[in-house]
Design a protein around this ligand. Sequence first.
Ligand code: SAM
Length: 221
Amino acid sequence: MKVDAYQIVGHLSTFFDRMMTNADLPARLALKIFWGLDDDAYKKFLAQAFIGIPKDFSGLILEVPVGTGVLSLPVYKELGGAEVFCLDYSDKMLDAARERARQLNLHGVKFIQGDVVHLPFEDDFFDLVLSINGFHAFPDKTAAWAQTYRVLKPGGIFCGCMYVKGENSRTDLFVEQFCDRQGFFCPPHETLTNLEKFLNDIYSRAEVTHVESFAGFVCIK
Ligand SMILES: C[S@@+](CC[C@H](N)C(=O)[O-])C[C@H]1O[C@@H](n2cnc3c(N)ncnc32)[C@H](O)[C@@H]1O
């Protein structure tokens, strides 16, 4: 994977953020054409990504990767009882996330530069691990699954979303020809069926849904 791909995205974070939030016409067109998400489907995609976080959640959260925090930081504003650690490989993405936290007056969130394959936390540490759009980008997925499991407490929640192949042929072509080639994503990519089986093998319970090519998962360790 070209890790620098996200260093560049960090520099262009305003454009990235508009895309991620379906904010304007170019973003809407791109989300519809490449990801099959119209406005209604985008709302479902967003709801699916965060559905695993209980409304009254309190405790320790790890988010990996946080990226620019465009989707998750507003959610943390509503979680009064959470202590949040956000990790990402790219310091440019983290710079944008720190700035967003400052603008949101979101104090106390910790931002850590690091690699998901070496999470700098003890075993069984977090009450919830959130991963939004991360596993399709991680080069060493086996280690990433193992590390996110390791740092979660027994009974804790692992949730989020990721791209899966096989749901929309135009999206699959776009991912293969653009996202993978440019280093934004890292193959091999899971299918929905494989992901569901895999997560159920690891976790005591796992529910997998999808909106177009985005799988949502909520698992209990
Ligand atoms: C598609 S972005 C998703 C960011 C954010 N969760 C979102 O949805 O807006 C993927 C992120 O994964 C990060 N990343 C890629 N490989 C990583 C690794 N090995 N460890 C930690 N972060 C990584 C990139 O730096 C990038 O910020």
